[in-house]
Design a binder for this molecule. Structure first.
Ligand SMILES: Cc1ncc(C[n+]2csc(CCOP(=O)(O)OP(=O)(O)O)c2C)c(N)n1
Ligand SMILES: [Mg+2]
Length: 346
């Protein structure tokens, strides 16, 4: 049985049926622009020697904004290195992201870690660790807790198509299926795991085909179509909330840059980059908004100028943030009972 492949969203009417109004759409477009701008500016800061370590981007995966938009206020998620759009949509401010990149006190990890190894539990996002897909079972665990406590909350757990080959992905998905947990799995299939191409990673046509083996639904969605990503995520999240169990969403994109900035991706065929550049998620959504939602030049200019201002201020503010005091290095490593008294820990 072939897994379902999601249809594109064509009209404003279809979008309204999926629960979004015009304001929401412009907000999503803005969030996609912020996502890209944060990564582009971050790359520049890296080249200026202001960011330690390496630097990862999710260029080509800005439609992850669609998943962030579909999540409810009390839902939780474990976004990864390609899912900046989720952090932005949930409301983490760009200045705090730059502070994180630069190892400053005001970053979400307070200078303890770099890159997208960050999350803000107050926004329902839990910090990724490097070991992939270690956050996927964490998402399943949160969903198990929601079920035990009878809370109408949903967890979203991400992994890459490379990470989906590991045992913890299978174990997490199996447990979620067996217990019908309120969890949505999103596999960011960007066709490469570092230099390993998809055909050396899995033998099924679609990773979402695996869902049937775990006893739940799978769907393949074009990860460059933010509206389709939103619609599928919304459907899956609300289904999970109603007790309908997990869904596996495979979101197909191309990793438009190297694994990180130290990698020039020489092993990816040039034609593939050219082909996927024509499907740029931001450009695609922009065209859709102009054709279907009458986005005007003025509106577009206002959004673009607002994003530019936001980013300039963000970098300035982050640069003013102090580096952490070494004496505080173990602060926050062990949670106190008080710290557990947040809505997302209860
Ligand atoms: C358990 C584990 N093995 C190896 C690595 C090193 N590593 C980091 S990212 C990566 C590739 C992951 O590919 P994929 O899951 O497709 O995600 P992508 O980077 O393409 O988004 C590897 C091998 C790791 N982080 N964790
Ligand atoms: Mg990958």
């Amino acid at each position: 049985m072939a897994v379902r492949e999601a249809e594109p969203v064509e009209t404003l009417q279809q979008v309204k049926e999926a629960g979004l109004d015009r304001e929401d759409l412009l907000g999503m477009y803005r969030n996609m622009l912020i996502t890209r701008a944060v990564e582009e500016r971050g790359h520049i800061l890296y080249k200026q020697g202001k960011i330690p370590g390496s630097f990862y981007t999710g260029r080509g995966n800005e439609a992850s904004v669609g998943v962030g938009t579909a999540m409810g206020p009390n839902d939780v998620g474990t976004p990864l290195q390609r899912d900046m759009g989720v952090h932005i949509t949930r409301g983490i401010e760009p200045w705090r992201i730059f502070a994180q990149y630069m190892g400053r006190e005001d970053g979400p990890t307070r200078g303890r870690d770099g890159n997208v190894h960050m999350g803000d539990a107050r926004l329902g996002l839990h910090t990724m660790v490097s070991h992939l897909p270690a956050m996927l079972p964490v998402g399943v665990g949160m969903a198990l807790a929601f079920k035990i406590r009878d809370e109408r909350r949903v967890a979203v757990a991400w992994c890459g198509e490379g990470a989906a080959a590991r045992g913890d992905a299978h174990e997490g998905m199996n447990l979620a299926g067996v217990r019908r947990l309120p969890v949505v799995f999103v596999i960011d299939n960007n066709q490469w795991a570092y230099s390993t191409p998809a055909h050396l990673e899995y033998a099924v046509d679609h990773l979402a085909d695996r869902a049937a083996a775990y006893g739940f639904d799978g769907v393949v969605v074009d990860g460059t179509d933010v509206l389709a990503v939103y619609r599928e995520a919304k459907h899956a999240i609300e289904k999970a909330r109603e007790g309908g169990g997990p869904t596996l969403i495979e979101s197909v994109t191309l990793r438009m840059e190297g694994h990180a900035v130290h990698d020039d991706a020489f092993y990816v065929p040039k034609e593939l980059f050219e082909e996927w550049a024509r499907r740029d998620p931001i450009e695609r959504f922009r065209t859709w908004l102009r054709d279907n939602a009458e986005m005007t030049d003025d509106e577009e200019d206002e959004i673009t100028a607002g994003v530019k201002r936001l980013l300039n201020e963000a970098i300035q503010r982050a640069e003013q943030s102090p580096v952490p005091d070494p004496a505080t290095v173990i602060d926050g490593v062990f949670a106190s009972p008080d710290e557990l008294e947040t809505p997302h820990h209860r």
